[in-house]
Design a protein around this ligand. Structure first.
Ligand SMILES: [Zn+2]
Length: 247
């Protein structure tokens, strides 16, 4: 079983000078084809910049290299795009789900509360990162509700895949954001997405909690208490991707 880490959206800050980070997607080999966890930007995003991409470009350097589209990276890794049978979304911000239109045949697995936040009334500032056209092709949805199950002490929803995988609701950054826990042969891998900034030792925790998610401290604490679990966030410094091609 192989899990690839892919960077699906590079940003570099103007100030502080040149903090370079990318969005973490995961490509997982399973008996039921490939599973992609988050898509990064899609090929159309590079040609038609959404308002939120233009906002990002106004405040930082965004290279927008079309080679970063998941569909292109999957081919470079030696796979066929049609082998992506399933996409699991942590949340529906543009930098996590923009690639959906590139995989119209895939089943898209999503926590129902996130779909409701995306399609409902705008209620919090971070809702500006939802781009409606990302689902205008009509994805083949599979929605999930709370079941009362647990993964460690987190509420959790079992996904129908082998290896064992769980959706972990971590509302805050968006109303329906979920982490994804995957049982690899060696350990648990916990992708917490934008619920936490795991690798960010440059910005104080109180600021991340305010700017990103109220879940940040809880996730960081969990990572500290479980050094045997590989915990990754939604974004990482570019040099992290150099050191972590696979889980
Ligand atoms: Zn986000």
């Amino acid at each position: 079983m192989t899990i690839h880490f892919i960077n699906g959206f590079t940003c570099k800050t103007f100030f502080p000078y040149h903090w370079e980070c990318g969005t973490i997607e995961m490509l997982i080999e399973t008996n039921d084809g490939l599973i992609l966890v988050d898509t990064g930007l899609g090929t159309d995003d590079y040609m038609h910049h959404s308002g939120i991409i233009n906002l990002f470009r106004a405040i930082m350097y965004v290279p927008l290299d079309p080679k970063e589209a998941a569909i292109k990276q999957i081919v470079r890794l030696g796979y066929k795009p049609e082998d992506v049978h399933h996409i699991i979304l942590t949340h529906m911000h543009f930098d996590h789900c923009g690639g959906l239109p590139d995989f119209p045949w895939a089943k898209v697995h999503l926590y129902r509360k996130e779909f409701e936040a995306f399609t409902g009334r705008r209620r919090q500032f971070s809702d500006i990162a939802y781009v409606q056209r990302h689902i205008s092709h009509g994805p083949d949805w599979v929605f999930y509700e709370d079941t009362g199950e647990k993964w460690f002490d987190f509420n959790a929803i079992r996904l129908p895949f082998t290896p064992e995988m769980w959706l972990i609701p971590l509302a805050g950054h968006t109303r329906g954001l979920c982490g994804v826990a995957i049982k690899t042969p060696e350990h648990w891998l916990f992708q917490t997405s934008d619920a936490a900034a795991i690798f960010n030792e440059k910005v104080p925790d109180w600021f991340i909690t305010m700017a990103l998610s109220r879940q940040h401290s809880r996730v960081k604490q969990f990572a500290r208490e479980h050094p045997d679990i590989q915990v990754v966030g939604g974004h990482a410094w570019l040099n992290w991707f150099m050191d972590h091609k696979n889980a």
